[in-house]
Design a protein around this ligand. Structure first.
Ligand SMILES: Nc1ncnc2c1ncn2[C@@H]1O[C@H](COP(=O)(O)OP(=O)(O)OP(=O)(O)O)[C@@H](O)[C@H]1O
Length: 606
């Protein structure tokens, strides 16, 4: 995505618009000559009807051409914005999560909304303005030279100085405008950051501090905006001064020459009219050149964002890597396990259950986050059966969430491989892989829309019976019944309208509706009260008979029922076993369990 490529994609509209602009310019340029003819006709006592008809027709044609030019260029501009915005949206939605999380959301927003608008003006209006203004200037200069080249030299001298000043100003406008956009972007980022954490801001009584900080950012944008206005305001007057000086010289010298009969009055009139016509396109030319530069800077910012790494590229890299691995494996004549052959079973329909050789298997998996000092996972290996419940426990920062992120292939492992139902997940198309996994995140984000839309987000084609089943399984049926419009009750931003626990159960129902092979629950019981948690534990046990449930839990009370527990610490799998087994032999588990089970145990004893 670069300036020329975007303009080239919309060349038909742009070219037609520019053509109309050029025709309009030609119509404008002919007018003074015809007015000269009219003056001559009146002076020589000839009929002025034809010159008047011609001039009137030209005025109408000029207006029609200007309107057509304006419409077509505006339309091309809007098409370009749509082009850039849809490309950006697609690239952002398909980006690798790691790369996306390194971006500032305010900056993404500014680039997608504001920079694309700036680019639109530059690529449509400015581009066409430069072409038409340059042609008008050349046309005016040519006709003026034809009328009287000596007076043109005088005019060029006066306007040349003014043009040099205007060119310097246009450059300064461009630099100031770039600073202004950066300041505006900083303001947007700051505001989004604060609004995203509004409850924390309020609870920390930081409203005044934040308001002052955001106010400073807004003021920086105001100051750079004023600088743009100040410089732009000087642009037109500098050209006007040049025009006025040259006009004074042309009139004084021209009248003197007219008096001696050296220069006909109609020529002087036409020359003065061209002089006026020349100023505006010259100013427009300088301003448009400045705008085009700004627009190119904006396109560069859009292009930088569009270059964000894509999941599909990751997929292709992995496939290539596997082809090479396969090739070398064949060379060595080593037959790999049938189930783990890359690509085996990858043609299955998303969401369809298959005879699984094992629900999920990690083989010596290591992964380090971007710029992290230590690996989040270090040589993890384990294998889980197709059904059952496994709890993952470990201290904060142990790598539990990262483990889930690798299963979903939000990141690719640096070493080792992950297998789902016997197939290397790197060989599965992303859509198929994710259709086979249900994920309930720590914060269970919900989307704007109704409860039904949220429930069926991953399966828009779900039937009423399937929905009712998922709602029942997540113990959400009474909550839905109590809502004013049942499933069709609209939810606010982030699921406002439901409690934290209700949101979490809705997220669980959404995951269950996809009938996954593997259900990943990241701290899914964190927001639930004791009753709801007990109900959910029952749900998890039931779901564990249909697929494998892998659940991260800080509340170890939720892990006691699990078929097995994986204890992760410092990115390593330090132990696995049942609750009683691990209580006996693993000090880390014992420490976590004793601390976290103590309140529950006390409660039970009372
Ligand atoms: N996006 C990231 N960039 C850099 N490092 C990260 C990133 N995400 C996690 N880490 C690091 O990776 C390690 C494992 O993090 P992870 O979130 O997987 O731990 P966790 O066991 O889920 O912790 P918690 O129980 O607190 O949620 C931590 O040291 C963390 O600082």
């Amino acid at each position: 995505m670069n300036t020329a490529a975007i303009a080239a994609r919309h060349r038909t509209l742009l070219a037609t618009g520019i053509l109309l602009g050029v025709a309009g310019t030609a119509a404008t340029l002919v007018q003074p000559l015809l007015i000269g003819d009219l003056i001559e006709a009146v002076a020589l006592d000839r009929s002025p009807v034809w010159p008047i008809v011609l001039i009137a027709s030209l005025f109408v044609a000029d207006a029609a051409l200007a309107a057509g030019h304006f419409y077509l260029i505006g339309r091309a501009g809007e098409n370009m914005v749509l082009d850039m915005r849809t490309t950006l949206t697609g690239r952002l939605l398909h980006s690798r999560l790691g790369a996306f999380h390194r971006l500032e959301h305010g900056d993404v927003f500014t680039r997608t909304v504001a920079d694309t608008s700036v680019a639109r003006i530059a690529l449509s209006s400015s581009l066409s303005q430069i072409i038409t203004s340059a042609l008008t200037t050349i046309g005016c200069v040519a006709v003026m030279a034809w009328i009287d080249w000596q007076m043109l030299l005088v005019t060029a001298g006066c306007l040349g100085v003014a043009s040099a000043v205007a060119l310097g100003l246009a450059r300064a406008v461009r630099a100031a405008a770039v600073t202004n956009r950066e300041d505006t972007s900083d303001f947007g980022s700051g505001l989004l950051r604060v609004l995203g954490a509004l409850t924390t801001v309020k609870a920390s009584r930081a409203e005044a501090r934040e308001a002052e900080h955001i106010g400073e950012l807004a003021d920086a944008a105001r100051r750079s905006g004023i600088r743009v206005t100040r410089l732009t305001a000087l642009l037109m007057p500098s050209m006007n001064v040049g025009t006025q000086v040259s006009l004074a010289v042309v009139i004084a010298w021209g009248m003197a020459r007219t008096a001696t009969g050296e220069l006909p009055i109609e020529d002087l009139t036409a020359f003065i009219m061209y002089l006026f016509y020349l100023v505006s396109p010259l100013v427009m030319l300088f301003m448009s050149l400045g705008e085009l530069q700004q627009g190119r800077a904006a396109v560069d910012r859009v292009r930088e964002l569009a270059a964000i790494e894509q999941e599909q590229e990751q997929e292709q890299e992995q496939k290539q890597g596997q082809k090479q691995d396969q090739g070398s494996a064949r060379d060595q004549g080593s037959a790999r396990e049938q189930g783990s052959k890359p690509g085996s079973g990858s043609g299955s329909v998303p969401g369809r259950r298959r005879e699984a050789a094992g629900a999920i298997e990690f083989r010596e998996v290591s992964f380090r986050h971007h710029r992290a000092a230590a690996p989040a996972l270090d040589g993890i290996s384990f294998s889980l059966p197709p059904t059952g419940v496994t709890a993952v426990v470990g201290p904060s920062g142990a790598g539990k969430t990262t483990l889930f992120q690798l299963i979903e292939r939000f990141h690719a492992p640096d070493r080792g491989s992950i297998h789902l139902g016997g197939t290397d997940t790197a060989a599965l198309p992303l859509a198929e892989l994710r259709a086979r996994i249900g994920l309930v995140e720590q914060e269970s984000p919900l989307m704007r829309g109704t409860v039904r839309e949220n429930l069926t987000y991953a399966r828009p084609d779900a039937t009423e019976a399937e929905m009712a089943d998922a709602i029942r399984a997540a113990h959400l049926d009474q909550v839905v019944e109590a809502l004013p419009q049942g499933l069709d009750t609209p939810l606010g931003e982030g699921g406002t309208g439901l409690s934290g626990g209700q949101r979490q159960r809705l997220a669980i129902a959404r995951a269950l509706l996809t009938r996954p092979d593997l259900l990943l629950l990241d701290e899914a019981t964190a927001h639930l009260d004791a009753d709801a948690e007990a109900a959910l534990r029952q749900t998890i046990a039931e779901v564990g008979t249909r697929c494998h449930v892998l659940t991260i839990a800080h509340r170890l009370s939720a892990t006691i029922d699990a078929d097995r527990i994986l204890v992760v610490e410092d990115g390593r799998l330090r132990a696995r076993g049942s609750h009683t087994d691990l209580m006996d032999r693993d000090p880390t588990y014992r420490r976590l369990a004793t601390r976290q089970l103590a309140p529950a145990a006390e409660g039970a004893a009372r």
